[in-house]
Design a protein around this ligand. Structure first.
Ligand code: ATP
Length: 502
């Protein structure tokens, strides 16, 4: 199965099992907007909780806020989004399809990287056990040629992006002979800037002064509450403010399911520190955030850091944590050292002083800030796509299973009476009613036990508890483990401790 087929399967599995539906599907959908179904909302809420707890509960110096989506329009002037939150877009005149110019170039680079990977695979086959990948990469003339190409394109691309040189970007696209994936032609328009913010009107009078924006990031809601939080919480620097909430971007190209949406959710944390210490905290959060991902049990090889070529207008250092999605390594989380840019700009635009008096050094200053910003929907997709497996069993049958991290699964247990008589449903209901207070539990009577197991595998339930005819006699049940499909007999009194240990 190639990656495209796999991705299609993942998308249809998400729909079939009530995780994600296209928004407004009854009306043929709305571009890049999605709804979460009954299982999806559980998984999503569990991810939120896992992040929220890791940030607030596990750090005594991080507190939360929940700021409004609507904010004063001047905030987006101050933050730089009105003037600079743009993507360079380009159209293909034949297919009439629109692309991000930067993404076309990045994809071109990825194709060259793919050629290098192919060379490695070929060489591995040729040399067998004696193959030394590092040595091969350093010595193969063909690979060195590809690497040189990548380096040259990278350098030119970075300087064009930094200089906002739109004509230069078009020239580079033409020179690299990049074609439209739909029409296959090189008939491109000029590159133009496109602002990604959605504007709307507030109040009953519609003139320019009422124009407000749907927030394109949650971070500004934190910055404009900095003083409120610091004062009311008597927070001492260094400290952080965390927030989870919706963000909106009018993305030019919104493909790849919930990877790039026009309405999505972010989990952001702004960490305020003394000027001059920001690189230390930047490195701290870089490591801390990767560890958070790894604690989910997903292999390390699925993640990598990617330092930014082009720094955003507010940053003095930035890195992404990329994840290997079915369509390749892409950004999952951004870690940015935002300096004192945001607080200073809000001070300037609001006319209110935003300063911190640091009693340890007897000095007042505008705090510096390191941000960690992760997309909730992208995390969902990362976890979901990694968990999706089609297994061929010993008896030749196949099963689809979601090996979700246990703490994130929509249901922790499903309680299943083997048959719908002889007191089994009553006993099973009793177990369910007891467990539901401590974990998200599920109960089902319909269909054969085999079919019910398969359905629970498909939504990622780690434990199925089966009540059979012996159960009513010896007060014990069979617990079936999702990943190994092993079954164990456990006394009803020990169900909870069994689940904690396995
Ligand atoms: P990209 O380069 O992929 O457009 P970005 O660099 O603009 O992303 P940030 O502004 O750093 O993204 O936003 C922080 C996080 O928010 C991203 O790492 C991503 O997980 C998430 N995110 C950003 N845009 C979207 C979107 N359109 N849909 C879903 N998640 C998004």
């Amino acid at each position: 199965m190639n990656t495209e087929e796999l991705f299609k399967k993942i998308v249809s599995h998400a729909k079939e099992y009530g995780f994600i539906f296209p928004s407004s599907e009854l009306y043929d959908g709305l571009g890049a907007v999605y709804d979460y179904g009954p299982n999806g909302v559980e998984l999503k809420n569990n991810i939120k909780q896992y992040w929220w707890r890791a940030m607030t509960q596990m750090h005594e110096n991080i507190v939360g806020v929940d700021s409004a989506i609507f904010m004063h329009p001047k905030i987006w002037k101050a933050s730089g989004h009105v003037d600079a939150f743009n993507d360079p877009l380009i159209d293909n005149k034949d297919s009439k399809k629109r692309y991000r110019a930067d993404v076309l170039i990045e994809d071109h680079i990825a194709k060259i990287e793919e050629k290098i990977n192919k060379e490695v695979v070929k060489a591995k086959k040729r040399f067998g056990d004696n193959f030394n990948e590092e040595q091969f990469l350093a010595t193969s003339e063909r690979v060195k040629g590809y690497q040189k190409q990548i380096e040259e394109i990278h350098q030119r691309f970075a300087s064009l992006m930094n200089a906002n040189d739109l004509a230069g970007l078009k020239a580079l696209i033409e020179e690299l002979e990049i074609v439209c994936p739909i029409s296959g032609t090189r008939n491109w328009t000029d590159v133009r800037q496109f602002n990604l913010m959605f504007a709307t009107k507030m109040g009953s009078v519609s003139d320019d002064s009422d124009t407000i924006y749907l927030r394109p990031e949650t971070a500004q809601g934190i910055f404009v509450n900095y003083l409120n939080v610091q004062k009311t919480g008597r927070m001492k620097i260094p400290f952080g403010i965390a927030q989870i909430g919706k963000a909106f971007r009018n993305e030019i190209v919104a493909r790849q399911f919930v990877f790039r949406m026009r309405e999505f959710e972010q989990m952001e944390m702004e960490f305020f520190c003394r000027p001059g210490t920001e690189m230390e905290w930047f490195n701290y959060w870089k490591e801390e955030r990767l560890n958070w991902h790894l604690a989910l049990g997903i292999p390390k090889e699925k993640y990598r850091y990617h330092d930014h070529e082009k720094l955003a207008h507010y940053a003095n250092a930035a890195t992404d944590i990329e994840f290997e999605f079915p369509f390749g390594f892409k950004e999952l989380e951004g870690i940015h050292s935002r300096t004192d840019f945001d607080l200073k700009r809000h001070q300037e635009f609001s006319g209110k002083k935003i300063q911190y008096f640091d009693s340890e050094i007897n000095e007042s200053y505008t705090p510096y800030c390191v941000e960690t910003s992760i997309g909730l929907d992208r995390t969902f997709l990362a976890v979901f796509s990694h968990a999706f497996k089609e297994e061929v069993l010993e008896d030749g049958q196949t099963r689809t299973v979601l090996n979700l991290p246990k703490q994130l699964a929509p249901y922790k247990v499903s309680v299943l009476p083997l048959v719908n008589k002889d007191g089994l449903p009553e006993m099973a209901k009793g177990i369910f009613n007891d467990l539901k207070f401590s974990m998200r539990s599920h109960y089902e009577e319909k269909d054969t036990i085999g079919k019910r197991y398969r359905r629970q595998d498909a939504i990622g339930t780690p434990y199925c508890i089966t009540v059979d005819n012996d159960s009513v006699k010896d007060n014990s049940v069979t617990i079936r483990l999702r990943d190994s499909m092993q079954q164990e007999r456990v006394s009803v009194d020990n169900i909870r401790s069994f689940i904690t240990q396995h």
